[in-house]
Design a binder for this molecule. Structure first.
Ligand code: PMP
Length: 337
């Protein structure tokens, strides 16, 4: 009989798939690592399991304990599913700008969601940060993983994501392209791949090059932290988990280019992924266009496109922000009019 002992056994070991259509006449092999096949639907399941197991080992989480994290997105889903399997409670603090469907996903996994007003100063007692800190101090046995600074987050990618890429390419990967949000993925995966390839001869590709993909405006690619629409990546500050020495280069990508590529990945490659995936592929093709056929470029695609149907995959939303140029086909409603 072949079965998993629990949903936790299905985290990681995600597949690599070759891009065949959006690559045009690029000679290099461009492979994407599909993280939406994780049980919680994103790469964040990996850090959830490691942060919780590390906290158990450190005695910070004990049976019956409560996990409190200010997150509305993929990390919340990962933490919620790992926590329930291990018998912990979860409370997520989310600002009220977060859509109801996102809150509903967390509640569906059995987590409690506390909604805080967006329109208050960060030091207000009602703010997202203040409320989560207060809950941690008031609830006995509460633990806040803090994905921005927890070393188990990059650690999980050093132990799993990096080795998977190395092994699945038989040690032939030459470039890895990764979007950075908290920085955990690029720091852990990039560090592992650089270390393992440190002595590889130049004739076999030399040391793996780590390329960051970043929304234009974010600090990682030299921006001021001005707003952008791609979700989950970029920052307006430098988190502890982002190690600046790991990326060899960081490429800024516009919202428009990220979203156009996200839509092409669905239509042309059969990959319904999120906007940060489209962004990373734009950066990867930028790198790959100057490389020869011996190059193997691996791009991490962090989550699924299902969470973005009302935005990136909605023509009306795209047009309202000027992301859709005239050539795109009209939506069904417009055709019927
Ligand atoms: N893409 C998406 C959709 C994400 O949610 C995240 C996590 N914030 C990332 C990319 C970036 O991952 P990391 O936080 O490890 O830098």
């Amino acid at each position: 009989m072949k079965y998993a002992q629990s949903v936790l056994d299905l985290i990681g070991h995600t597949p690599l798939i070759k891009l065949n259509h959006v690559t045009g006449d690029i000679k290099a092999t461009v492979l994407v690592k599909l993280e939406y096949v994780n049980p919680g639907g994103s790469i964040k399941d990996r850090i959830a399991v490691k942060m919780i197991e590390q906290a158990e080992r450190d005695g910070k989480l004990k049976p019956g304990g409560t996990i409190v994290e200010p997150t509305s997105g993929n990390t919340g889903v990962g933490l919620a599913l790992v926590a329930q399997q291990k018998g912990y409670k979860c409370i997520f603090v989310v600002p009220d700008k977060v859509g109801e469907d996102k809150r509903a996903v967390l509640q569906a996994y059995g987590a409690e969601v506390v909604v805080t007003p967006t329109s208050v100063a960060p030091d207000s007692p009602q703010s997202y940060y203040s409320v989560s800190d207060r809950l941690v101090s008031e609830i006995p046995g509460a633990y806040k993983p803090d994905q921005f600074s927890n070393p188990a987050a990059p650690g999980s990618h050093y132990e799993t994501t990096g080795p998977e890429i190395w092994n699945d390419t038989d040690g032939k990967v030459t470039h890895v392209v990764i979007g950075a949000g908290t920085g955990g993925t690029i720091t852990g995966t990039g560090r592992y791949l650089k270390e393992v390839s440190a002595n590889r001869p130049e004739s076999d590709g030399g040391r793996v090059k780590v390329i960051g993909a970043d929304p234009a405006g974010s600090v990682y690619s030299g921006g001021t932290g001005r707003p952008y629409f791609v979700e989950g990546v970029g920052e307006d500050m430098w988190p502890a988990n982002y190690d600046k020495t790991v990326p060899d280069n960081v490429i800024a990508v516009s919202d428009a280019d990220s979203f156009e590529m996200t839509r092409r990945l669905a239509r042309e490659e059969g990959l319904l992924v999120g906007g940060s995936s489209g962004m990373a592929v734009v950066a990867a093709l930028e790198v790959a266009k100057d490389l020869g056929e011996e190059a193997v470029v691996v791009v991490i695609l962090p989550d699924s496109g299902r969470g973005y149907l009302a935005k990136i995959f909605n023509d009306k939303w795209m047009r309202s922000y000027g992301f859709l140029s005239g050539g795109e086909e009209a939506s069904v409603g417009e055709v019927l009019k």
